[in-house]
Write a protein that binds this ligand. Structure first.
Ligand code: FAD
Length: 520
């Protein structure tokens, strides 16, 4: 079916119909649109995006220095060669995505300024009905779609997470969150405290240190960093040999992935050795200062790889520390005062500006009110099929990428899966598909979406109760393992009993797993 079907639904609201509706025009949604055009050329589709343009994460974040912490050979799509330095600025990523949109004629499928507020599934019609606010006009737009492709990311875009510190309202300086960086912020000559030690802090600090009177990084606990040159030697060599960029992209991707797999294996098998190597890298950047700051400021308490490790291009974070423009304090906040922060140790940090690099709020399903046949959907009561589909939710896939490997690796794999599933439904003449636990899954132990022993950043810990549950079999978990999934996802048998077509034995309303009873 091609084109859109329009039907009047009241004086001002018309309904447009598409075979597939993609939520969000970030890296996942734009990738999804590309794959859909390539692999399901007959399908009509639309991408609805709240923001005024594409890019998602890379459009929202405008703080100084914003850049990727993954290499773009793997964060870039598999189908579009990356030709710049491995670590890219937000502007470079947006430009790359813009080329993907232009080269593949995707712009006409994307509607910006459309914030989806509700999504209702009707079993009788085998259709999703969505309402979106057109932010340009304030009007409600209505859409129907056979299939929902959720590419809304995993955190709330309009506001970051700021803890409710005691005394915060007394503070007379300016409090800024990197996610909503103000255009008018002038840091010249200011005393700045950056709270947090993750990738965001590591990016902001070198970018602002030159301007400020001084930057203090206040961290509760240290993070692992990998300092290195922002270059890929293999890519450089292949370019010198005038190898085609398509080949370079594929070869360098394979090399990066090979090296990452090795690093992950070693982090698990010999964490102490890896830890010493990481600390040695930081030590080398700190020179004579190393002995005085490495412990306690750069020696994490957790195993390498339990949280994302931040790559620091050219060691720029450490240059600021060595030059005396930036310093690190490892302590906890007791309270804010009008002038700054009192720490648990009693130390006082006076600050004209406090930057709260304290992360974001997990947001599942894009803050959209979901209903299945008139009943509100509680996402946390579902069980995930390989981190893509959810028991009892028909015709819907969510793209949730990897933490330890580039997100886009999975966005590409999930796209292949969606397109294969849509084509399979066409072959079967089916209008509806959902996943359901099979007889052999009865009594399966259910646990959280991600095992906190495996990966435990703050936003996940704060929001885990909102996420679907995982089982103890590979089918019912998001493995977070690209190296396994690159083979298993393409090999999924779409006729496995886990897939129920057209209601089959299960339906959205009749067979929900009893999640609360069997939860670990
Ligand atoms: C600062 C920062 C740096 C990061 N760096 C890396 C990195 O280097 N490597 C890596 O692998 N990962 C990184 N990540 C994780 C990153 O978010 C993902 O890699 C990736 O960009 C997510 O893409 P996405 O398209 O799935 O989601 P997003 O980028 O979050 O985009 C989702 C889009 O959906 C839209 N949307 C949401 N809800 C609705 C709605 N109701 N209606 C309409 N539109 C909606 C949003 O406006 C947004 O544009 C980083 C994250 C952050 C915050």
């Amino acid at each position: 079916m091609d084109g859109t079907m329009e039907a009047a639904r009241g004086p001002n609201t018309r309904t447009e119909h598409f075979d597939v509706l993609i939520v969000g025009a970030g890296i996942s949604g734009v990738g999804g649109a590309y794959h859909l055009r390539q692999q399901c050329p007959g399908k009509s589709f639309v991408v609805l995006e709240t923001l005024e343009s594409f890019g998602g994460t890379w459009l929202t974040h405008k703080y100084p220095g914003i850049r990727s912490d993954s290499d773009l050979y793997t964060f870039g799509y598999r189908f579009k060669p990356w030709v710049g330095p491995p670590i890219a600025t937000a502007a470079e990523i947006l430009s790359y995505m813009g080329e993907v949109i232009e080269e593949n004629d995707l712009a006409r499928h994307i509607r910006y300024n459309h914030k989806i507020t509700s999504a209702r599934w009707s079993s009788a019609d085998a259709l999703w009905t969505l309402e979106a606010i057109d932010k340009a006009t304030g009007q409600i737009r209505r859409f129907t779609a056979n299939f929902l492709w959720m590419c809304q990311g995993y955190y709330r875009h309009d506001k970051g997470y700021t803890p409710d510190w005691p005394g915060l309202s007394d503070y007379k300086g300016r409090l800024v969150h990197p996610q909503t960086w103000p255009d008018d912020l002038d840091l010249k000559g200011k005393r700045v405290v950056v709270i947090g030690s993750g990738a965001t802090a590591a990016t902001v600090v070198p970018a602002i240190a030159g301007d400020c009177a001084h930057v203090t990084v206040l961290q509760r606990s240290p993070t692992y960093f990998i300092p290195g040159r922002n270059e890929n030697e293999l890519a450089n060599t292949l370019r010198e040999l005038q190898v085609d960029e398509t080949w370079i992209h594929e070869i360098v991707r394979r090399k990066v992935l090979h090296d990452q797999a090795e690093f992950t294996r070693r982090s698990v098998e010999e964490p102490e050795v890896v830890r010493e190597e990481l600390l040695a890298g930081v030590r080398a950047c700190l020179g004579d200062m190393a002995d005085s700051v490495i412990d306690p400021h750069f020696t994490p308490r957790y195993r390498p790889w339990r949280q994302r490790i931040a790559f620091v291009p050219d060691g720029d974070l450490f240059q600021g520390v060595v030059a005396g423009k930036a310093s690190i304090v490892t302590d906890e906040i007791e309270r804010f005062t009008d002038k700054g922060i009192v720490l648990k140790s009693g130390q006082v940090l006076e600050a004209d500006v406090v930057i709260a690099a304290t992360g974001f709020d997990l947001n599942v399903l894009g803050d959209i009110a979901f209903e299945l046949d008139g009943k509100p959907l509680n996402f946390a009561e579902t069980v995930t099929y390989r981190g893509m589909m959810f028991t009892g939710i028909p015709n819907m896939v969510w793209v949730f990428g990897y933490f330890r490997a580039s997100w886009t690796l999975r966005a590409d794999l999930v796209s292949d899966f969606v397109c294969r599933l849509l084509n399979h439904m066409d072959e079967l003449g089916s209008r509806r598909v959902e996943v359901a636990l099979r007889p052999e899954d009865a009594g399966m132990t259910l646990g959280p979406w991600i095992d906190p022993e495996n990966f435990n950043p703050g936003y996940l810990m704060r929001g885990m109760h909102l996420l679907p549950k995982a089982g103890d079999k590979p089918e019912w978990r998001h493995s977070q393992d690209y190296w396994r999934e690159k083979d298993t996802l393409p090999a999924i048998d779409l006729d496995d009993p886990a897939f129920v077509y057209d209601g089959g034995a299960a339906s959205a309303t009749s067979q929900r797993p009893e999640v609360s009873l069997s939860l670990k």
